[in-house]
Design a protein around this ligand. Sequence first.
Ligand SMILES: Nc1ncnc2c1ncn2[C@@H]1O[C@H](COP(=O)(O)OP(=O)(O)OP(=O)(O)O)[C@@H](O)[C@H]1O
Ligand SMILES: [Mg+2]
Length: 205
Amino acid sequence: MQKGKFITIDGVEGAGKSTQITFICDYLKSKGINVVLTREPGGTELGEKIRTLLLNPETKSMHSDTELLLMFAARNEHINAKIRPLLQAGDCVLSDRFTDASYAYQGGGRGLDMRRIAELESWVLQDFVPDMTLLLDVPVELGMSRVESRGKKDRIELEDIDFFNRVRESYISRSKQFPDRIKLIDSSKTVEHTTQQIKVILDLL
Ligand SMILES: Nc1ncnc2c1ncn2[C@@H]1O[C@H](COP(=O)(O)OP(=O)(O)OP(=O)(O)O)[C@@H](O)[C@H]1O
Ligand SMILES: [Mg+2]
């Protein structure tokens, strides 16, 4: 695997992103690759402040376009202040969520026009896309049951099951649209079952 790859991991709540990203990080490090972990929304000091605005359940009302713009404002900071410089330095960057989540949540979930999201994507990212996206797929109820014990839900997690089913469907349809980049992974079984599939994919990088 060459240095300087940008890998993103995405999927609905409880799909196993945060669990698997730790494995991916350790696995790539064991191959002698410098890996930096990051997440969205957030990843920078300013981006994390925007994350708080987005996810705090006390933010009672937010227009869907505002949500989309804040996601991309945080992403603009993330890409310019962190991701690009790291990739240029030859590091591998691993992000817990990225632009596919905007298509899934603000597009699929909130029902915003996908073309509007595409306009923001081309403005903020130009033609920059991840080298690889691992899409962890799990039925929504199963994912939710995994994270139930975490307690307090964030502002977006408070949405209903139909919202998350639309999110999941949008993720799946993106993986069909970009089959070379987005690897759809069955994350409905054990942690090890998911890890094993990821390992096979990473070995091909
Ligand atoms: N196949 C699996 N892969 C990963 N985690 C799993 C799997 N099966 C069960 N789990 C468990 O599900 C829980 C939620 O996983 P995790 O926090 O990684 O999800 P997430 O996708 O990061 O969720 P969120 O979107 O809320 O951040 C963890 O306790 C994890 O151990
Ligand atoms: Mg997580």
